[in-house]
Design a protein around this ligand. Structure first.
Ligand SMILES: Cc1cc2nc3c(=O)[nH]c(=O)nc-3n(C[C@H](O)[C@H](O)[C@H](O)COP(=O)(O)OP(=O)(O)OC[C@H]3O[C@@H](n4cnc5c(N)ncnc54)[C@H](O)[C@@H]3O)c2cc1C
Length: 389
């Protein structure tokens, strides 16, 4: 006898989305979450951790019934996406692909809470707990929780983030590296009303990005050498505010700093996404340079495929951990995540080189892209998640 069909370790954005989708497919799910998500109030300060969600992720959240909860809380749509260097830039517009917007900037906490609101009676949530040991055999997987309780299931999904305990307990290794750059994220008031563009200006030391937030607010991301980022993070708020205004393009305006934090940047890929009845998804399986805002979109793409394959096993009355389908998950997602990670590294390397010749070539490339017609529309489709990723 099993205590539940599927145990999910981690009720963050990816784990919670998996719990909603698998329960809607008819499975009993147990979510183990280390900490209770922070509650939301209309006047609560914006969570520093925000993500750019593409149209594909939005449509999936809508199909799960969670998007309406996001809309009742806070989100900021954007219609334009711009990348530039010097005075060359390429701007993608939602109207070019006949969409109302290209994506939304949303607080991670809001996405997580919206999904938690969709938990039905098939989802059992245990908070303030974590797995301390796991065992599996041909027919089940069982985990020991921090309160010594033992729970068994047909499948265990590790969606417990970059430092996944499930990954470690299952003995799954990782490959990757720490980038030389880190990033400083700031939440600011801007002098302009709510904006509908997200832009990224490239410098040899790293890109500087503007992400609009609801009202006259924004999230700024400053990528630079790790030592420089740590130095900036130690500045007094007024000095950091001045540093942002001086270092960012003029279109930023005289922002007012509200809060900031810095993050190291790492690229990591688990060597396996599947080991017997244990699966990994989202940041537990891969972390990517956030410069193009793809992390959770890739995590949701993992989750979409997993739900499709597990539901097919359920329909066909096969073992939920049918090895052919789980290996298909690993093959397909590992390849697509690797391609996206590689693409991010090409951008990172290309724009990090400080040479006049390369800068000239890059700027010509941006001008070319700006006038690329059909190719530009295809790139825009990729940006919104309508491509292979
Ligand atoms: C600076 C920065 C900017 C980013 N910007 C973007 C962006 O614009 N767009 C985008 O798509 N992505 C972005 N990302 C990446 C994105 O934040 C991650 O990909 C995303 O949070 C991954 O979601 P997840 O649910 O897999 O993991 P997490 O968000 O890490 O969630 C893991 C959950 O598991 C819980 N947990 C952890 N350990 C345990 C345990 N042992 N037991 C139980 N529970 C546990 C945690 O409390 C958490 O709730 C950015 C990342 C950074 C650092």
């Amino acid at each position: 006898m099993y205590d539940t069909d599927v145990i999910i370790s981690g009720g963050g954005m990816v784990g919670a989305a998996l719990a909603v989708a698998l329960s809607q497919a008819g499975l009993a799910v147990m979510v183990l979450e280390k900490q209770q998500p922070a509650s939301f109030a209309a006047d609560s300060a914006i969570d520093l951790r925000v993500s750019s969600l593409n149209l594909r992720s939005e449509r999936w959240l809508a199909s799960l019934g969670a998007w309406q909860h996001v809309q009742q809380m806070r989100l900021c749509p954007y219609q334009f996406l711009q990348a530039g260097e010097g005075n060359a830039a390429v701007r993608f517009a939602a109207s070019e692909i006949a969409e109302p917007h290209l994506g939304h900037i949303i607080e991670n906490n809001v996405v997580q809470l919206a999904l938690w609101r969709q938990f039905n009676e098939q989802v059992e949530v245990i908070t303030d707990t974590q797995i301390v040991a796991l065992q599996q055999n041909d027919s089940s997987v069982s985990v020991t929780l921090s309160d010594a309780r033992i729970v068994s299931a047909k499948l265990l999904i590790g969606a417990d983030g970059a430092h996944s305990v499930v990954r470690q307990l299952a003995g799954i290794g990782t490959q990757g590296w720490q980038y030389q750059q880190a990033c400083l994220v700031a939440y600011v008031d801007t002098p302009y009303p709510q904006q509908d563009i997200t832009w990224q200006q490239f410098y040899p030391s790293g890109p500087r990005a503007f992400l609009p937030l609801p009202g006259a607010q924004a999230s700024l991301v400053w990528y630079d050498e790790a030592a420089k980022v740590k130095q900036l993070a130690q500045l007094a708020p007024a000095a950091l505010e001045r540093a942002f205004i001086e270092a960012f393009p003029d279109e930023l305006g005289a922002v007012k700093l509200k809060s900031s934090a810095w993050f190291p940047l790492a690229r990591m890929q688990a060597q396996q996404y599947v080991k017997g009845r244990v699966l990994l998804a989202g940041d537990a399986a891969h972390t990517i340079n956030p410069l193009a805002g793809q992390g959770v979109n890739l995590g949701f793409a993992d989750a979409m495929l997993l739900v499709e394959l597990i539901s097919a096993n359920l329909q066909a009355r096969r073992d939920l951990a049918d090895s052919a389908s789980l290996l298909q998950y690993q093959r397909q997602r590992k390849l697509q995540n690797s391609l996206m990670m590689g693409a991010m590294d090409v951008i990172y390397q290309t724009f990090s080189r400080d040479s006049d010749t390369l800068s000239f070539i890059r700027q010509q490339g941006l001008r070319l892209a700006a006038n690329a017609g059909v190719a530009k529309r295809l790139l825009t489709q990729y940006a919104v998640g309508n491509g292979v990723f």
